[in-house]
Design a protein around this ligand. Sequence first.
Ligand code: PGA
Length: 262
Amino acid sequence: MRKPVLIANWKMNKTITEGRSFVDEINCLIKDIRKGDFSNRLEVIIAPSFTALSSLAYIIDEIEIGLAAQNMHWEDKGAYTGEISPQFLEEIGCGHVIIGHSERRHIFKENSDIINKKIIAALRHKISPVFCVGERLEERESGKTFKVIEKELTEGLKGISKEDINNIMIAYEPVWAIGTGKNATPRQANEVHLFIRKKIGSDFGTNVASSIRILYGGSVTPDNIEELIAEDEIDGALIGGASLKAESFAEIIRCVFEKRSA
Ligand code: PGA
C-alpha cells in the first residue's frame, strides 16, 4: 500500500511571516485528524520559498509536515552566484526537493541533462527528489504524450540505481493544466500514471514500480481532488494555487485522509 502524499508548491509566493501564519492556520484546521495516526496514513509536505525554508523547518516538523525546496543546484559548492547547494538544504533538514518543474524547464530553460544532475546530487545528499514530467498542449494534441513522458523519464533517471529509485517520487504535471484551472480528467491522469509505472517497471523492476509514488499536479483543487485520488494509480498531488490558502489546502488534506482511510 503506497502512502498518499500531498505537496504544497508555493512557487514565488509567501513571505516568511505569511508562511508562518499559514502553518498556524493549517495546524488549527487539521487538528482533529492529526490526533490519530495521521503521519502513518498521509504524508504532507510544504515547499516554501528558499528564504522561508529554515524558519519554517522547525515549526512544520512539530506538526508532522515535511519540507521541500523548489529547486537546487547540482554542485556542492563553488562559483555559482545565486544558486542553492544541496548541502545548504541538507543542513536545515530539508527532506525533499522538486526537480524539473515545468516552470524550471520552460522559463529557466532547464534541460534533461541538468535535471538528471540535480536528481543525482539530491540523492547523494539523501534529499528525496520529486521529479516532474509532463507534456505541453501541442504535444498532447498531436498524440505525443507518451513519447514525451518516456523521453523525460529515460533522460531524467539516467544512471540512477535500483536502490536510489526508491527515494524518488514522480509528479505527472501536464503543462497545459498548470495554473490554468483546467485539470487533466482522472482518466487522462490515471492513464499516464499507469504508463509511468510500467516504464519504471521495465527499467527498474516490478517491485520498485509497485512501490514508487506517482503524484498528479495541475489545477488540483478541493473540488476535483476526490475524483483524482479515487484513481488506483494516483498516489497524491502536487498543488500550486490551491495550496496558497490554508482553508483549501486543509480541505484537500481532509479529503485524501478520509478517502484513503475509508
Ligand atoms: P497549480 O500548480 O496547482 O497552480 O496548477 C501545480 C504545480 O505547478 O505544481
